[in-house]
Design a binder for this molecule. Structure first.
Ligand SMILES: Cc1cc2nc3c(=O)[nH]c(=O)nc-3n(C[C@H](O)[C@H](O)[C@H](O)COP(=O)(O)OP(=O)(O)OC[C@H]3O[C@@H](n4cnc5c(N)ncnc54)[C@H](O)[C@@H]3O)c2cc1C
Length: 284
C-alpha cells in the first residue's frame, strides 16, 4: 500500500488493521530481514509529501514525521533547531541518513536514538492521527509508554518550540566514525524562562532529565549580562548530571561492585564530560 496523503494513509491503516507503516525502512526492514517481524502488510509512507517538510505554528516548528536525517542536517534546518540538526548529522552512515526519518527514530524508541534526548530537552510534542482524529502527546509520554501509539495511529508531526537561543547535542560513540551513541547529551537554553534544559540519551531505556542539576545551573547563570558561569560551575554541572543519570555501581554492594563498577564509572565520566562541554558551548 502506497498512500499519497495522510488521510489516505490513516484510511488504509483502518482498512488493514495488521498493516505496519514503513518510512525509510532502516529499522523496520532490518527486523524483517532478521526474521523478528513478519508484517501482514506494509504501508509505505514515502509518497506522503505533507509529512516531509515543516511549517511554523504559534512560535513553534511543526515538523513532518517523514523528514529525513539528511534533510534535518542541512543549514536552513540547523538555523531553526540547531541541536536537532546536530543529532541528525550524527545518525549512522549517509545511506541511513538519506532515508531514515524523524518519525521512525521516535517510534523505534531505541535507547540510543539520537533525536530523542534533543526532543526531550526541547519538551517537544507529537501529533498522532488515527481513525478518531488527532491528539497531541508529549514525546516523553510516548517514549515512556505513559501515552503510547494506539492501534491504527500514525505519527504525523513533531511540534518543537522555537527558543531562538543556543542549543547543543553531543554524542560519544563506541568507536571512531558513525556509530550508535554510548551516551549523548542535549542542552538547550530558554532565556525567556531563565531555564536550562538538559537530557541524557543512551544510558537508560528513555532519555533522562536531571531536573535538579538544570535548576541549580540556571541559578548560576548571569542571564541579564554575558550569560556566563564561573569555570568551576561547568565542571560541577557535569558531575551533577552524571550522578543523576548514571547509577554509581561502585557504591552498591555485592557483585555489582566488582563487575559493573568500571563500566559505570567510565559512563559517568563520559556523561560528565559531555554535559560540561554542552554547557560550555551553549554559553560561549
Ligand atoms: C546501519 C545503521 C546505523 C544506524 N545508526 C543510527 C544512529 O547512529 N543513531 C540513531 O538514532 N539511529 C540509527 N539507526 C537507526 C535508524 O536509522 C533510525 O532510527 C531511523 O530514524 C529510523 O527511521 P526510518 O524512517 O528508517 O524508520 P522505519 O524503519 O521505516 O520504521 C521504524 C519504526 O517506526 C514505525 N514508523 C515509522 N514511521 C512512522 C509513522 N509516521 N507513524 C507511525 N509509525 C511509524 C515503523 O512501523 C517501525 O516500527 C541506524 C540504522 C542502521 C541500519
Amino acid at each position: 500500500m502506497l498512500p499519497a496523503s495522510l488521510d489516505e494513509a490513516v484510511s488504509a491503516m483502518a482498512e488493514s488493521p495488521g498493516a505496519v507503516p514503513v518510512a525509510g525502512g532502516t529499522d523496520l526492514m532490518g527486523a524483517v530481514n532478521a526474521g523478528l517481524l513478519r508484517p501482514m502488510a506494509l504501508l509505505g509512507l514515502g509518497r506522503v509529501t505533507e509529512l516531509r517538510g515543516w511549517q511554523y505554528q504559534d512560535g513553534a516548528a511543526l515538523l513532518g514525521a517523514g523528514l529525513t536525517h539528511a534533510r534535518m542536517a542541512r543549514p536552513d534546518f540547523a538555523a531553526l533547531i540547531p541541536a536537532l540538526a546536530e543529532a541528525a548529522a550524527t545518525v549512522g552512515p549517509p545511506q541511513v541518513r538519506n532515508v531514515g526519518t524523524l518519525g521512525g527514530n521516535i517510534v523505534s524508541a531505541h535507547p540510543a536514538g539520537d533525536t530523542l534526548p534533543v526532543l526531550a530537552a526541547l519538551e517537544a510534542t507529537v501529533t498522532l492521527v488515527g481513525p478518531e482524529g488527532g491528539r497531541e502527546v508529549a514525546v516523553s509520554h510516548l517514549l515512556t509508554g505513559l501515552d503510547p501509539l494506539r492501534s491504527g495511529e500514525l505519527l504525523a508531526y513533531v511540534r518543537v518550540p522555537l527558543l531562538h537561543a543556543p542549543q547543543v547535542f553531543l554524542k560519544a560513540g563506541g568507536r571512531t566514525g558513525p556509530s550508535r551513541a554510548v551516551a549523548s547529551v542535549s542542552l538547550v537554553l530558554d532565556p525567556a524562562r531563565r531555564a536550562v534544559r538538559c537530557a541524557v540519551g543512551a544510558v537508560a531505556p528513555v532519555p533522562l532529565r536531571p531536573l535538579e542539576a538544570e535548576q541549580w545551573v540556571a541559578g548560576c547563570i548571569d542571564w541579564d549580562g554575558e550569560r556566563t558561569v564561573d569555570p568551576g560551575v561547568a565542571q560541577a554541572f557535569g558531575e551533577y548530571v552524571a550522578s543523576a543519570c548514571v547509577p554509581d555501581a561502585g557504591t552498591e554492594g555485592g557483585a555489582a561492585r566488582t563487575d559493573a563498577a568500571p563500566t559505570a564509572a567510565r559512563l559517568r565520566r563520559t556523561v560528565s564530560v559531555l554535559a560540561r562541554r554542552a554547557l560550555g558551548r551553549a554559553l560561549k
